[in-house]
Design a protein around this ligand. Structure first.
Ligand SMILES: Nc1ncnc2c1ncn2[C@@H]1O[C@H](COP(=O)(O)OP(=O)(O)OP(=O)(O)O)[C@@H](O)[C@H]1O
Ligand SMILES: [Mg+2]
Length: 327
């Protein structure tokens, strides 16, 4: 478990000081896949840097499995870092070492038992599907393959935590989704906790169990992924989610209602029984479903006409549908 307690971070230089993290309180539970999303400059990388103490907080504490990282001696900090592996946007492989030697170097630094290194490298390369490329140099690999090596290198010593900073942002969408499947597969087979920082909400939606939204150094929202998409509270979250809903522009000048609902909660006849029960007419202008971990969320945009619109809306809300008016 990783806990951030009352964290503040101010970057100071001779010229300026910048308040990058504000009153951060967050618990990351064992074996969850936590997404951290937010626009550029929100403080995501600063947050992840505090975990392995590459960045020092100005105030507050970070506890890893109950131990404060602030008071650790260098030697104990190094040992704790064995449990905290990282993958990066630009992979950070050592260019003049082969795939095999890149992983070997990481295992040696983390003091993995020498006699087990070779077997372990084969195991992780098999897991990421690159056993046949173990003697290649990074320049002879595609971006997706480089990130597979990055992942193999990160998990080789069986760490508890995998910190991912924009790990799929340099890849095309198809390759990014392949990396997502690989991370899910590894997560299922091991006890790994994954912290996945990204501005790609569509990737986070498919990978993460829970999502934290950051804005200007603060955590503004923290919800299970499905709830976040059904009931986003903050404008920044709504804007981020809109990236995957593609609300059509022709709705711009109309009064319409957005209905968001979990498919399993709602039966198909709701709209027709609403129309039969109340004096209202419906015009469906746009509809979309999103899948989140194999569950479907419906987004329906409708216009309503008639004398009993408020009653009809109350009826919809009583059926666990989130209703919002757009004007
Ligand atoms: N070393 C530094 N000195 C001064 N300011 C910094 C430093 N590092 C980061 N910042 C500032 O802190 C804020 C948060 O930066 P951070 O890198 O954590 O954002 P981010 O959410 O990861 O953004 P991105 O999505 O672009 O990677 C930014 O406004 C940035 O300019
Ligand atoms: Mg960043």
């Amino acid at each position: 478990m990783i806990e951030f307690i009352n964290i503040e971070k101010t970057y100071t230089s001779k010229q300026e000081s910048f308040h990058a993290l504000k009153n951060i309180n967050l618990t990351i539970n064992d074996h969850e896949i936590l997404g951290v999303v937010g626009y550029s400059g929100a403080g995501k990388s600063t947050l992840i840097g505090l975990i392995n103490k590459l960045i020092e907080s100005t105030k507050g504490d970070v506890l890893i499995d109950g131990v404060s990282i602030h008071d650790l001696k260098q030697e104990d900090l190094n040992r704790m870092r064995y449990d905290l592996s990282m993958i990066f946007q630009h992979f950070n492989l050592v260019g003049n070492l082969t795939v095999y030697d890149n992983i070997k170097l990481a295992l040696s630094i983390k003091k993995y038992p020498k006699e087990k290194i070779e077997k372990r490298i084969d195991e992780v390369l098999d897991l990421v599907g690159l056993l046949d490329k173990k003697h290649r140099y990074p320049k002879a690999l595609s971006g997706g393959e480089k990130q597979r090596v990055g992942i193999a290198r990160a998990i080789a010593n069986h760490p508890k935590y995998l910190l991912c900073d924009e790990a799929t942002s340099a890849l095309d969408q198809k390759t990014a989704y392949e990396i997502v499947s690989l991370l899910k597969d590894i997560h299922e087979k091991t006890n790994l906790t994954i912290i996945f920082i990204s501005h790609q909400i569509e990737i986070v939606k498919d990978l993460c169990d829970r999502v934290v939204v950051m804005d200007k150094g603060s955590i503004i929202e923290d919800q299970p992924t499905k709830s976040l998409f059904i009931d986003p509270k903050e404008d920044t979250t709504k804007k981020l989610i809109k990236q995957v809903i593609d609300e059509p522009v022709h709705l711009k000048d109309k009064h319409y209602y957005e209905l968001i609902y979990a498919h399993d909660n709602v039966d198909d006849k709701i709209l027709s029984s609403m129309v039969k029960t109340f004096d209202v007419d419906v015009n469906i202008v746009y509809a979309k479903t999103l899948s989140i971990h194999k569950e479907l969320i419906g987004y329906l945009y409708i216009e309503l006409f008639g004398s009993q619109i408020d009653d009809a809306l109350t009826y919809l809300k009583s059926k666990e549908i989130k209703v919002r008016l757009y004007v």
